[in-house]
Design a protein around this ligand. Sequence first.
Ligand SMILES: Nc1ncnc2c1ncn2[C@@H]1O[C@H](COP(=O)(O)OP(=O)(O)O)[C@@H](O)[C@H]1O
Ligand SMILES: [Mg+2]
Length: 379
Amino acid sequence: MDVHLSGSWRGRCSVVRHTMMLSATSDSGGFIGESAAMITLRGEIALIARSDTRVLITGETGSGKEVVAREIHAASLRAKHPLLVVNCAGLPEPLLESELFGHIRGSFTGAFRDKQGKLELAHDGTVFLDEIGDMAPRMQALLLRFLETGEIQKVGADGAPACVRVRLLAATNRNMSELVQRGEVREDLFYRLNVMHIEVPPLRERTQDIPALVACFLPRTLRRDGSRVRGITAAALAVLKLYAWPGNVRELQNVVERMVLRSRHDIVGRDDVSDDLFNATERTRRPGRERRHSVSDALYARMEHEQQSFWTVVYPMYMRRDLTRDNLRQIVERGLREAGGNYRRVATIFNIEPHQYKKFLNFLRQQHCQPSYRAFRSP
Ligand SMILES: Nc1ncnc2c1ncn2[C@@H]1O[C@H](COP(=O)(O)OP(=O)(O)O)[C@@H](O)[C@H]1O
Ligand SMILES: [Mg+2]
């Protein structure tokens, strides 16, 4: 029997004849994880929550960086005040500036009334800056000024700046030291944000947490007839534990939801695990092959060895944000390396139909993932 429940999960689920049964209270929400890595992480969170320092939270996409930020805020003295989230990659620069600092009526087209920024709205609370590694240079300079002075200047305002007391937590799935080296992130900003550092481990390095996470996610999905699932077999859980989870907990959540929707039984079984996922785990188990740890490698192998198309393997994961821009770029670069810099040949390796070649290039261009072929041409 490989279903192992520990800590707070004991009692909420029970293991009956190779099946993990759920009880009515399985969906606790909050921060789940009793693996050694997560226990260490809990300790770090408790310690950091007591202080008021800035924290940089790193980790792969979907690993739970925002969950960690919420835990820090909830355990801190600021818990009664707001925690506001700003996604630094999601907004064009002028809107991001207004989102953070606010604006004055008439300061730009569409600014019909004065607006407070999140830094001001979160006074005495916390602001969580997500995807900080994607911030444009001018915004980095503005943020740095705020970090140094604690003052905010609304867009279009010319009076004296206002002072706010907020704690900043920042997160990124990119390698900040590399971004600093490449000149994409200011070094002074990096040091100011990275007073404390928390690294959230990827799910494949803490597979012991999978049963508890699955037990939390299973009852969340209602089927068309309004029914819920009552449990999952140990065989199905075993497959989930072998998979590499490139999109981490977010991907697990999506997979569990799809399993519930496709299952016609009370208990989700091995047959409800999608074939793609099952094949991916089979490959890692074949003797003589090392376990594939890199997301990009795993997806590349599916296109190269299993003749699956880019549109079914990479594209949907990227659109669901189970895959980062860096992952996509790595996959394209590997394709270019093997194709000697020839994009048409890359399309062939990725099993893209010739009539979709233009669509492929357009997609890469839109996502800023179209490296120059020159670096990959042999002399
Ligand atoms: N330890 C955890 N316990 C419960 N849910 C989690 C945990 N980690 C992640 N999740 C869930 O997975 C999803 C992705 O987490 P999120 O914090 O947004 O990841 P990230 O910010 O690293 O991309 C969210 O729906 C979140 O609730
Ligand atoms: Mg996030």
